[in-house]
Design a protein around this ligand. Structure first.
Ligand code: PLP
Ligand code: COI
Length: 351
């Protein structure tokens, strides 16, 4: 396959202008991207080319009907300068699950995996080596085919772009438990990484930000009584010594960090529960001191401890713990990702 990837190298790298000690999340892009077009019913030869604007017809269906999906992954360096990926096949499978729901063609494993590895080799110098930073990888697919008819397009683009990145959140994370708006509904596209799921969150999230919160914690669309997930991460709640997270469903993203954390926690002897979590239970636990921790888990967010939450005009603070579950689990997962400890699960792969 790699012999079938066309490579067009940039004339002059822009890497010298990048401050690797100051990398706001996802805002500086590496020299190259991978692009592959779907037309006449088939994926064409993938091309690695300079990261650059793309030209689209105004009638492209992405603009009108939102056929657009994406993934989020990271590449890491270990102490020997090897490049590592974390459970990349899970991202490939999830992208195709999203594709199926949005009527976008399936991307073959070869194009995704071999294309990604080839891109990481070309942009090897862009993978940060400093603690807490990594190369954020954004594979995405969208409809380029034209027509105002509300039906799936016949042409698509698959792109992988990358961005050396530091932490997703700067500072303390405060969340608002949502009571009015919903992120996803039964039978909808909540489980897919569809661009529209994120667009739909922006307005309620802005209302929450105006009140001083960083993210919304979504509740079920029907009763708003049960915790689902946050805008860019799954949610874990520790009540006394039990770590709880909501079951995935067609409304919740099946997070790769979430399932890895569940496995690591269980193997570390932490009691875990995957079950519905009512807002009432969390508020009650916060009031009587049994709510010990809340944290978000995701590729971009890694593990982000939550300092406090708002609900029905009241604010609740979380205690600051030494040796929290969040800190222990974050260390364990990042040590596996960066090859500092053994990987008994076979999750990391060398590029
Ligand atoms: N939930 C949502 C809505 C997300 O966007 C993400 C990020 O990808 C996650 C959860 C976490 O998923 P993962 O751990 O696979 O990155
Ligand atoms: C990720 O964690 O990779 C995501 O896709 C979340 C995104 C909204 C930044």
């Amino acid at each position: 396959m790699s012999s079938q990837i066309e490579i067009q190298r940039i004339e002059k790298s822009k890497i010298a202008s990048v401050d690797f000690n100051n990398l706001p999340f996802g805002s500086v892009y590496s020299d190259h991207m991978l692009e592959c077009n779907f037309k006449n019913g088939a994926w064409q030869t993938p091309v690695i080319k300079p990261f650059s604007p793309i030209s689209l017809d105004p009638s492209s269906k992405i603009f009108h009907y939102g056929q657009s999906i994406f993934e989020g992954m990271k590449a890491y360096k270990d102490a020997e300068n090897n490049t590592l990926l974390f459970r990349p096949l899970d991202n490939w499978k999830r992208l195709n699950k999203s594709a199926e729901r949005l009527m976008i063609p399936q991307i073959p494993e070869e194009i995704f995996m071999e294309g990604l590895k080839a891109l990481l080799k070309v942009d090897n110098d862009w993978i940060p080596t400093n603690e807490g930073s990594s190369l954020y990888i954004r594979p995405f697919m969208f409809a380029t085919g034209s027509g105002f008819h509300a039906s799936p397009a016949n042409e698509y683009k698959f792109i992988i772009a990358t961005a050396p990145s530091g932490a997703y959140f700067a500072g303390k994370v405060k969340v608002l438990i949502e009571e009015k708006y919903a992120r996803a509904a039964n039978g909808g596209v909540g489980y897919a990484k569809a661009g529209g799921n994120y667009a739909a969150q922006f307005y309620p999230t802005q209302l929450a930000m105006d009140k001083g919160y960083n993210q919304v914690i979504w509740t079920d669309d029907n009763t708003h009584q049960f915790i689902e997930e946050a805008g860019a991460m799954n949610i874990f709640i520790r009540i006394n010594d039990t770590l709880i997270t909501s079951p995935t469903s067609d409304r919740i993203l099946d997070g790769i960090t979430r399932k890895s954390i569940l496995q690591i926690a269980e193997d570390a002897g932490i009691q875990t529960e995957v079950r519905k979590i009512s807002v009432g239970e969390v508020v009650e636990a916060a009031k009587n001191g049994n709510l010990k921790e809340m944290f978000g888990a995701g590729t971009a967010a890694v593990i982000s401890p939550i300092a406090g939450f708002g609900y029905q005009e009241n604010d609740y603070e979380l205690p600051v713990l030494e040796n929290s579950f969040a800190a222990q689990l974050k260390k364990k997962i990042t040590d596996i990702q960066t090859n500092k400890v053994a990987d008994p699960y076979g999750w990391r792969i060398f590029v």
